[in-house]
Design a protein around this ligand. Sequence first.
Ligand code: ADP
Ligand code: ZN
Length: 212
Amino acid sequence: MLGPPGGGKGTVAKRLQAEFNIPVISTGVILREAVDKKNKLGIEAENIMRKGGLVPDHIILEIIKERIKQEDCKNGYIFDGFPRNIEQANSLEKLNKELNEYVDYVFYFEIPFSEIIQRLSNRRVCKKCSINYNLLFNPSKKDSTCDICSGELYQREDDKEETIKNRLEVFAKQTIPLKNYYKEKKLLKVIDANLSENAFLAIKKVLRGMHK
Ligand code: ADP
Ligand code: ZN
């Protein structure tokens, strides 16, 4: 799944995971866990993430390689937030060749830029289960507590106003070119992501069709 920050990928990913029982691999979630644990990866990634830049490709590739080897990935998996630039997409292609795997679809979340800032600045995330809420559109029932797991809700360091602008620039420059890249490979499905419920249903339909 490709799309702008705040485009709803994480929310849709969680629903797809439950629906199809295949794991979502979110590089953003993995990186934030590492930052919390303050391990080697976390220490390397923290500053870059705080500023809204991209973590170096070789680090991301290591994460992906390790993750897809695991048992729960044997029937497939969904990437959320990877690949993020052409270099990563080329590396994925190479890796897939080595492993005799392939990409079925690339879903591009289309959403107006004007929506994004509002979504990001009001986003709150559960510390425990990483589910997203929005103070305006999708608040939790109890202030700063997750409805599902009672975990604590917090604002991501990179959802603060000064970082949002940079993330959008990085997205426009590095990630949008992937749209054409995957269009040429005939893998691209553009999804209207204005409502995440609709995005979920649209992707579900495509994936269900695949299994017929
Ligand atoms: P969003 O899509 O809302 O920006 P993510 O959770 O996907 O949030 O990513 C948060 C941050 O983690 C990014 O701004 C970047 O610093 C880092 N990151 C996540 N995925 C990648 C990736 N594939 N390549 C490089 N950096 C990444
Ligand atoms: Zn939770």
